[in-house]
Structures are given as structure tokens and as C-alpha cells.
Design a protein around this ligand. Structure first.
Ligand SMILES: Cc1ncc(COP(=O)(O)O)c(C=O)c1O
Length: 404
């Protein structure tokens, strides 16, 4: 038999990947610990007693991370967007009224997804660079009754935090609306109290504050949300993202689809490290790291996009001085310093992540220095030494938090 299409001459992966790994200091994915990397290289049967134990552990540990007593915790073979899709597709359908609190790309995506499944969506936006306020949500709820309210706790695209999220969730409960909260960049980086705040569906992705791999994510459903999922009057639009089918695997160890085994094992290890560190210590490490980085950036002469009262600690948006080209800065940082940061979705900013393994002192010093030198090379007048000193001072409080 002859083949008209021949095998292409492909170089091995090792020849494509950088010889020295880049330090990932952007908005995700982030560096992963050794235990997570090792787990990601293991394959076992996705059904059977070994996997059952893994799944039980993942659920217990995720319940700790979300601070929920709910056992309706479902892993998803897919990115955080897939977990968003699961949340939206199970609670929204034609005729359902959805209020989407839009601060940027990701919070807006929840509304787009709700439109996609035929819901009647109202987008409520805050002023540029600001979250939607409780007062605005209250006004919107006076005008119309909503079934579902969606929001992102941390809006990665502009580095803004939904500061009144707990109050908004509580208000929604009193109005009989369910809340979907994207906690992708906040879970385990800062407090998220699912039960206490009345969050109905919490969403997390692996590749951010959890410091796990991209492509495996999770949703936690409250009892109220689960009741709606079970009583849904219409056919379910997705097969993979149908929460009741997913519960067969995550609740009863039965076949739904072949689970992403290495990714679930990686998630297990990432969550185990969270439990080992404890949330208190992890939050403190993230806070110290981010505040020290912010102090360093400002002391150097750079300006942050979001004002302090609404600033998201886990992803910092830095204004680009006029005439500075984001792509050139990032290219030079990568080439000269082996440090990668993120560009933006339309805004004149660059973004630096402060999530999971990014929040280690050696990574902070390397990143700030690399940024300072790269901006200077583009003609921006900065005091790099002053910035480094401010970072050092910010981390001086308790070095124990930064022991790897
Ligand atoms: C807040 C937030 N939600 C959702 C997502 C989507 O994650 P993924 O790209 O894994 O689908 C991101 C990714 O950056 C994010 O920052």
C-alpha cells in the first residue's frame, strides 16, 4: 500500500522547548511544584479502588479550599472555561433571567455562555477599572427578578477584585437568585467562604493559584444549586458538562467519560500542598508577596492600573508608560532574563501573576529586576535599585512564609 501523505520531518520536543525553562510570571499557567509534576506523569485506571480514594481525597481537600460542606464537587476534564460552562449550562436555560456582573473578559464570558444556552441575560458593568457595586446590583434587582447572578471574584484581564462579592451573594440569596462565582484566580490565594457567603457555584481552574496543570478544573455546587440542577425541566445541552452525569463519576465512582487521570492526580497533589500549608499561611504568603511586589513596582516608578481599594492581589495590572510597546518589553524579558509576563486584552497594560508558586521570594526578585531592566531599555526612566529595596523591605516581615 502506498501513502500519498508522508510523515512530516518533525524535530523532537526537546529541540522545540527552551533549553532553560522560562519562569512563568504571567496570568497563568504558573510554575508547578515537583510533586504536582510527578503526579502528572502517572497513569492509573480511572475506575477502581485506587482512583476512588484519589477522588474522595480531592473532594475533601477541595471542600476545605472552598470552605464548603457540600459534597457536590465535580472535577472537569477541561480548562477553567469548561468549569464555567458546566456552571452556566446547568443553571441557565431559555426563559431563565441572568444578571451578569461584567468587569472584564472573564466575568463577561459567563454572560456570553448564558446567552449561548438561551438565557435572557442582562449585563451590568462597573465604571472602567472598577467592580460592579452592591448598590448597583441592588438597583438592578429592584427593577427585575433574576434566577442567576454571575461574577468573577478576581477579574484577571484588568486586575480588579469584586470587593463586595460576599454582600452581593448574600443579597442574591434574599432575592431567590443563585450565584455563580468564578474563583479561578482567588481560590487558595485569598479568602473564599463558599457556605458563609452563600455562593451557589464556585469555579476553580488548576493553572492559577492552585499551581496545578491547565486543563483540569472543578465546580462546587451548593444544595440550592444542586436542587435546581436535578429539577431542570429541559434537556441538558451538554453531555460532558452535564452535572448529573458528572456526579455519577464524582459521587458514585461510575463511568461518565474517561477521566483525565494524570490531571486529577496533579490536582490531588496541588490540593494536598494547600492543606499542608493551611489556608491561613497560604493567604498570608500571597498577600505579603503581592504587597511587596506592588511596593517594588511603585517605588521603581511604575503605576498600577487598579486603585488600591479594588486591586486584585493575585494578578497585578501595570500601566504601560506612553510609547512603550508591550510585546517588545515581554520579548526582551524572555530573551534576556528567562522571565515571562502577560500582555492584555485590549488595555494598555502588562500583567504579573502572584499565584501559587509565583509567590516565592526568588521568583519575585528575578521578575522585578527583569521588568525594571526591560522597561529601562525601552527608555522608561526608572529607579530599579529603589524598587528592589522596596521589595526586599516588603518581604522582610516573616521570611518563613517564603520557604519553599
Ligand atoms: C478569572 C478567570 N476565569 C476564567 C479563566 C479561563 O481559564 P481557562 O483559560 O483555563 O479556560 C481565566 C483564565 O485566565 C481567568 O483568569
Amino acid at each position: 500500500m502506498s501513502f500519498s501523505i508522508l510523515p512530516p520531518p518533525i524535530t523532537p520536543l526537546a529541540a522545540i522547548l527552551p533549553s532553560e525553562p522560562l519562569l512563568l510570571m504571567g496570568a497563568g499557567p504558573v510554575p508547578i511544584p515537583q510533586a504536582v509534576a510527578q503526579a502528572n506523569g502517572v497513569i492509573i485506571n480511572h475506575l477502581g479502588p485506587t482512583m476512588d480514594r484519589v477522588i474522595q481525597n480531592v473532594k475533601y481537600m477541595a471542600a476545605y479550599a472552598f470552605q464548603t460542606r457540600s459534597d457536590k464537587i465535580l472535577g472537569i476534564a477541561g480548562p477553567a472555561s469548561a468549569a464555567m460552562e458546566m456552571a452556566v449550562a446547568n443553571l441557565c436555560w431559555p426563559g431563565r433571567k441572568v444578571l451578569c456582573l461584567k468587569v472584564g473578559t472573564f466575568s463577561g464570558r459567563l454572560g456570553e455562555m448564558a446567552l449561548g444556552v438561551g438565557a435572557d441575560v442582562t449585563f451590568l458593568e462597573g465604571p472602567p477599572g472598577r467592580p460592579v457595586s452592591l448598590a448597583d446590583v441592588r438597583e438592578a434587582m429592584k427593577k427585575q427578578r433574576y434566577d442567576v447572578v454571575t461574577m468573577a471574584h478576581g477579574e484577571t484581564s484588568c486586575g480588579v477584585r469584586m470587593v463586595e462579592m460576599p454582600e452581593i451573594c448574600k443579597l442574591a440569596k434574599t432575592q431567590g437568585a443563585l450565584t455563580i462565582v468564578d474563583a479561578v484566580v482567588t481560590l487558595t490565594a485569598m479568602p473564599v467562604h463558599m457556605d458563609e457567603w452563600g455562593i451557589d457555584v464556585g469555579i476553580v481552574g488548576g493553572q492559577k493559584a492552585l499551581s496545578s496543570i491547565p486543563g483540569v478544573s472543578a465546580c462546587a455546587f451548593s444544595q440550592d444549586a444542586w436542587k435546581v440542577v436535578e429539577e431542570r425541566p429541559l434537556p441538558r445541552p451538554h453531555w460532558c458538562y452535564d452535572a448529573t452525569r458528572a456526579q455519577r463519576f464524582w459521587g458514585y465512582q461510575q463511568y461518565h467519560y474517561t477521566a483525565p487521570v494524570p490531571g486529577v492526580l496533579a490536582l490531588h497533589e496541588a490540593l494536598r500542598l494547600v492543606c499542608e500549608e493551611t489556608l491561613e499561611r497560604r493567604f498570608r504568603r500571597h498577600e505579603m508577596s503581592s504587597l511587596a511586589m506592588q511596593a517594588g513596582l511603585e517605588a521603581m516608578g511604575l503605576e498600577l492600573f487598579a486603585s488600591k481599594d479594588v486591586r486584585l492581589n493575585s494578578v497585578l495590572a501595570i500601566k504601560l508608560p506612553s510609547g512603550v510597546d508591550s510585546a517588545r518589553i515581554r520579548e526582551y524579558m524572555t530573551k534576556a532574563f528567562r522571565v515571562e509576563i502577560s500582555g492584555a486584552f485590549g488595555l494598555n497594560i502588562v500583567r504579573v501573576g502572584q499565584m501559587g508558586e509565583q509567590c516565592r521570594s526568588h521568583n519575585l526578585f528575578k521578575t522585578l529586576y527583569a521588568m525594571g531592566m526591560s522597561f529601562q531599555r525601552e527608555g522608561v526612566k526608572l529607579d530599579v535599585a529603589k524598587g528592589m529595596a522596596a521589595l526586599e523591605q516588603g518581604l522582610a516581615g516573616d521570611r518563613d512564609y517564603f520557604v519553599d
